[in-house]
Design a protein around this ligand. Sequence first.
Ligand code: ZN
Length: 477
Amino acid sequence: MEYEPVIGLEIHMQLNCATKMFCDCANLPGEKPNSSVCPICLWMPGAIPQFSREALEKATLTCLALNCEINLRSAFDQKVYYYPDLPKGFQLSQFHRQLAKNGWLDIIDEEGKPRRLRIHEIHMEEDVAKLVHETEGQKRISLVDFNRAGAPLVEIVTEPDMRSPYDAMEFLRALRTQIWYVNTADCSMETGTMRADANISLRPKGTDELNTKVEVKNMNSIRAVGSAIIYEIERQTEELRAGRPIILHTRLWDPAKNITTPMRGKFSGPCVPDPSVPDVILTEELLSEIRSRLPEMPAQKKARFMQEFELTEEEASLMSADREVADYFEAVIQEHITPRTIAQWISARLLPAIKDRGQTISETAVTPKRFSALLAMVEREEINSSAAREALDLLFESDKTPEAIVEEHHFRQIGDADQLEAVLDRIIAENPDAVENFKKGKTQAAGFLIGQAMRASKGKANPKLLRELLDTRLKSS
Ligand SMILES: [Zn+2]
């Protein structure tokens, strides 16, 4: 029997708020252990949590960026369980009345078709403390770091709409893009500010049953989410083919061995309304004020780039996927250079060069102003593209203007017909065979001669003019 995977994701995303969710401690989970703590987030008996307005605003903006309906009234519950990273015995989370529901994100699936993946709900939650396992001499010890305790989280729960590991990875990428646009979270799976658990089940292909699912945790990259799902589909297929039923449980992804292993369950109790935190009420005014903070989102930007600047779909996607790249692109555009030329230079040359140097686009020395000055010289045919590529490399290393660099390194192209004719005289005289071949109908011989002339001009000949001059010569000879 052919099986089809049914996949849903649960994503914990840490909001980049200045403080924790229920106290004024700085939200700095990576700092020196237990340096950002107080009686509230150490969960001392009697401490009263104070809900952060910033957390509410950032959580709401996150939900809006993910196309959710916002519930004006939501509330916190106590999710009761016991674990060493949660000594108070419950986590504040929204179980009965969540902040938002019915969201979605669009992806392009493996076959190139657009697909809408639904989000069931998003709720707010406090993070738990972190266990650090070490050895002290021969002894293995576990330490508790409370810096993360009480950090503001949202949990995004999708519908089981994904049908392949690819869908799940694309959903996470689209999610990250949306959130980076509104800048409410860092979304790094590597550092743990985004953690994705995958729920995976199988069903006979063509049916719409929902079978027992297995939850997989502990993936520290989007790629690892894909690998864990691939492994789990294979494992469950084998189990079903061998006639063994799938049992509801949680497994841990082991990145070293590329397998999932069953995890010991936590004792999990009920969810009861929390009496210490009042209901969360958003007014219509505050909600519309937060809505007005939504910037132009990637999909809208992409459509505008295609219409306004006549970019192809692929170019528009590349220019809109990252907000900093989009801003950079538009900053260069203001300098009156063909937008498609700019898009192509940014994606083919600038971004790879920035990446090679381990920089980000906002911190690079190649500012939009300098980059556009360089491209303007290409557009005016003062330098050709191979010289521009060399000049771009030099722009990273110095603070001179592109014009100064071009002068200093003699990059200016030769657009003088007399000078190029002299070069051609020599090349034609030195390569009689190529000229003969061209006359016999081997047109590629012209390419060879152009290459030779280019080399003779040290790469500085205006290629268009050179070609025209050569064509005239070959036709008349
Ligand atoms: Zn605190």
